[in-house]
Design a protein around this ligand. Structure first.
Ligand code: GLA
Length: 387
């Protein structure tokens, strides 16, 4: 059970007077008192699902405190990695569903909306998918057959249990051109169409999502709009556009975010804000990508400014930024199906490892001690106001 919240229920406030501002009391009390507090999933229940992302340790049950928060605060769940092609079918024809089955059961036991992530992506897909036994690239028909088998087996396995699928991830490049991945090179751009058709055949009731990052950037947004329109003209339905919310304190502009939400919704699709976090660390130049900063003191100071402690002023900045984004989400709640925060607590965020390894980032709503942050309180407050 989490600690007391300032946003807690008034009826208990008398008993708890004197403890509310006391952080130490709070953590002692939370072992003993069960408090009906507003929960994220409840304050946003009439607006959209509030989701979280789970890493493998959590799915294996190795992080019970995160699971407790997941159950308490969220009503939708995505697995960060364990449903990717390399995990589900690492070798031709050999499917490994055990971990993904645990994930889906976990979501079901907790009455959560389950998101399948992801059917086709250029990363985390085994090489064999594109190669014959001699290591040469396969032809179009072979690759289409492999994609069809994969999608039919995976989506079919969870038919009726997974609410929506990220069918294709990141097909459009930053310059608005088709990404020259192997799917595109071997099949051509109709690989996206085919993937949606196969997924629809496998589970006609699942919502099908096109998911991508930087969709607040005009070129990329326009390219995705064009792609979805073409699919629609061919009678292929895309139910939702997943806007990966890998955001920062200074990016994207709020106006661009709002424009994208409005423009996408004109396609008569819903918008899911997926993989949402607010990165608070300086953004490195490209040449730093993948660097290990622990090796370099100067770099560490510059790019990892809060290795031990996240100052209150920064907590507030983060909270304000979450609120600014959420105001837009709330304003457009009729267009938005879900907001999925990319992890339960700061310690698990991929932004600690990318684009530079070994930094200490603070992008999520719960800290490394599993305590809710100012951003969490702020989201509860504006959620309550807009209920
Ligand atoms: C991309 C993918 C996700 C995940 C993130 C990093 O956005 O869609 O599955 O790998 O990168 O967490």
């Amino acid at each position: 059970m989490r600690g007391l919240r300032l946003a807690g229920v008034l009826s208990l406030s008398v008993i708890l007077t004197g403890m509310i501002n006391c952080v130490t009391c709070r953590s002692v009390q939370k072992q003993e008192i069960s408090i009906q507090e507003p929960k994220l999933k409840d304050v946003y229940k009439d607006a959209f699902y509030i989701g979280t992302g789970l890493d493998s340790t959590q799915i294996y049950g190795g992080d019970q405190r995160a699971l407790a928060i997941m159950k308490e605060q969220f009503n939708a769940v995505t697995a960060e990695n364990i449903m990717k092609w390399e995990k589900l079918q690492p070798e031709l024809g050999k499917y490994y569903f055990t971990v993904a089955d645990s994930f889906v059961s976990l979501g079901e036991r907790n009455q959560m909306y389950i998101v399948g992530h992801v059917l086709l992506w250029h990363y985390q897909t085994p090489e064999w998918v594109f190669q014959d036994t001699s290591g040469n690239l396969v032809d179009r028909e072979t690759l289409l057959m492999r994609i069809r088998d994969h999608i039919h087996n995976v989506v079919g396995h969870y038919k009726g249990r997974v609410g929506s699928w990220d069918v294709v991830n990141e097909a459009i490049d930053d310059n608005g051109e088709w990404r020259e991945n192997l799917y595109y090179q071997i099949i051509g751009k109709d690989y996206v169409q085919k993937a949606f058709e196969y997924a629809r055949e496998a589970d006609p009731d699942a919502k099908l999502i096109y998911n991508d990052y930087s969709l607040t950037n005009r070129v990329k947004r326009d390219a995705v709009i064009k792609m979805v329109r073409e699919l629609q003209r061919k009678g292929v339905k895309v139910d939702e556009i997943g806007m990966q919310g890998h955001y920062h304190l200074d990016y994207p502009l709020l106006d661009s975010l709002e424009e994208s939400i409005v423009e996408f919704s004109e396609l008569e699709v819903k918008i899911a804000i997926t993989e949402y976090e607010i990165n608070v660390l300086p953004r490195p130049d490209d040449e730093q990508l993948g660097a290990d900063i622990s090796l370099n003191y100067e770099m560490q100071k510059k790019y990892d400014p809060f290795p031990d402690f996240f100052p209150d002023s920064m907590q507030q900045k983060l909270a304000d930024r979450y609120v600014d984004f959420f105001k837009i989400f709330i304003k457009h709640k009729d267009k938005i199906s879900r907001v999925t925060i990319w992890g339960v607590h700061d310690g698990q965020s991929w932004t600690n490892f990318w684009p530079i390894r070994g930094r200490t980032n603070y992008p999520l709503l719960f800290d490394r001690q599993y305590e809710p942050k100012a951003a969490f309180d702020a989201l509860i407050e504006i959620g309550k106001k807009n209920k």
